[in-house]
Design a protein around this ligand. Structure first.
Ligand SMILES: Nc1ncnc2c1ncn2[C@@H]1O[C@H](COP(=O)(O)OP(=O)(O)OP(=O)(O)O)[C@@H](O)[C@H]1O
Ligand SMILES: [Mg+2]
Length: 420
């Protein structure tokens, strides 16, 4: 019995122990399961977080790339527009000068440098010094800077070498603020002004011809009548005291008749016969023809470059003849042996051939430079003053011009013709 009781107690103890172990195992399993679930959750949360970061950084990178592309395109556009404005400034056929408020040169394009005869890059130089030799242009810019008002299409006569050039100038105030300066556009109008001058000369010659030819014609008829009557008066039949008067009437009417004939020749409208003419050949031929009329020892040298022009050979020979005769007469009167030079120069850019006839005589006084081409202007006692008027007329008929050129010694008459 005792033994049975002992076994039962032992059995209960074992059973209790087993139950405790079972509970412990269950608790452990539950804890393990919870730990695994927590670990899974943590892994899930962690996984979602990293993909969000990746998305964010990709978007950022995309935006940065797009910004960079835009920046590249903008700087390319800026460079292209800068290049375009530089090209425009470079290739402008008009001169462009931009100055700051203080007078510093900011831009002077190649055409401007050519027109103003500036060699290097004048960037930063003072425009007043730069334009020292072109006072009218300097004054126009100063006026615009001072008044802040635009000067539109003003025509300025500026010195160029030994003659003058004409510039068409527009100056406008530039921008605002402290650095407000002026922008000046200018172009060479010399050819246009010369053309206008030539047209004016042509019209003046035509008017003069029309006005006076009729008068001169009547005058010549009257002179012929007086001369005719004077020839009817036989000097031998007159008392000796009256003979010199009749001689005087004859001589004066003859001389006046010659003047009127010369003038009528001058005023007569020319009907030129144009053909290609080699100016060098023509100049030589004119001097050969005149050889016997010129004082002994006279030399005529033809030098330089000549070109062909469309011209009337007879008129051009007459033109050279008048110039050679004038030169020889001036030298002879000054007691010098005439040394005459006919020099040719071709300017292909302007399409002209310039011919100067120079001598070693006393030259032409500056005050007479414009007047020598006027009909009847003469300083010679036996001159009619028509020689150079005829020269000018022949030059104008050929769409050219005659002018007195500057020369160190003696006279120099320049003729300019358009090339054939
Ligand atoms: N080579 C020269 N040197 C100096 N003076 C000159 C020369 N050529 C012309 N002149 C001046 O110009 C004036 C006008 O010349 P132009 O040939 O027209 O008339 P002219 O010679 O006086 O008379 P003519 O009608 O007989 O030619 C001359 O009187 C002279 O004063
Ligand atoms: Mg003369």
């Amino acid at each position: 019995m005792e033994a049975e009781r002992l076994v039962t107690q032992y059995g209960y103890a074992l059973l209790g122990l087993t139950a405790v172990v079972a509970v412990l195992v269950a608790v452990l399993t539950f804890a393990l399961l919870r730990f695994a679930a927590a670990a899974r959750n943590a892994r899930q949360v962690l996984g979602e977080g990293s993909s969000e970061t990746v998305l964010l950084s990709a978007a950022l990178q995309d935006a940065v790339t797009r910004l960079k592309d835009q920046e590249r395109a903008m700087s390319a556009r800026a460079a292209a527009s800068e290049q375009l404005s530089a090209q425009i400034v470079e290739s402008l056929t008009a001169g462009l000068l931009v100055v700051g408020r203080a007078g510093g040169v900011k831009i002077l394009n190649p055409a401007g440098r050519r027109l103003l005869g500036v060699a290097g890059d004048p960037m930063g130089a003072d425009y007043r010094e730069l334009l020292d030799a072109v006072p009218p242009l300097r004054d126009a810019i100063a006026e615009c800077l001072a008044t802040r008002r635009a000067i539109l299409r003003r025509s300025l006569e500026v010195p160029r070498g030994d003659r003058s050039a004409h510039l068409g100038v527009t100056v406008s105030p530039l921008g605002g603020g402290d650095d407000a300066g002026a922008i000046c556009l200018f172009s060479d109008l010399t050819a246009v002004v010369e053309l206008e001058e030539q047209l004016r000369l042509k019209e003046a010659l035509a008017r003069l011809g029309e006005l006076t030819a009729g008068l001169a014609h009547e005058f010549r008829n009257g002179l012929a009548t007086i001369h005719g009557y004077s020839r009817l008066l036989a000097p031998d039949a007159l008392p000796p005291a009256y003979r010199p008067y009749v001689e005087g009437i004859r001589q004066e009417t003859e001389a006046l008749g010659q003047v009127v004939t010369n003038f009528l020749n001058f005023a007569r409208p020319e009907k030129p016969l144009f053909a290609p003419v080699a100016l060098a050949v023509l100049a030589r031929r004119a001097s050969d023809e005149l050889r016997h009329d010129l004082p002994g020892g006279t030399t005529v040298t033809v030098t330089g470059e000549f070109a062909d022009i469309q011209g009337d050979e007879v008129l051009l020979r007459q033109m050279f003849g008048n110039l050679l005769r004038n030169a020889a007469e001036a030298c002879d009167a000054a007691g010098r042996t005439p040394a005459i030079v006919i020099d040719g120069r071709v300017d292909r850019a302007r399409g002209t051939c310039a011919v100067t006839v120079s001598d070693n005589g006393p030259g032409i006084a500056p005050a007479d430079r414009e007047r020598v081409f006027q009909p009847f202007f003469t300083t010679r006692t036996r001159g009619t003053g028509l020689g150079l008027a005829v020269v000018q007329k022949i030059a104008v008929v050929h769409n050219g011009r005659a002018s007195v050129a500057a020369s160190a010694a003696g006279a120099s008459i320049e003729l300019t013709f358009p090339l054939a």
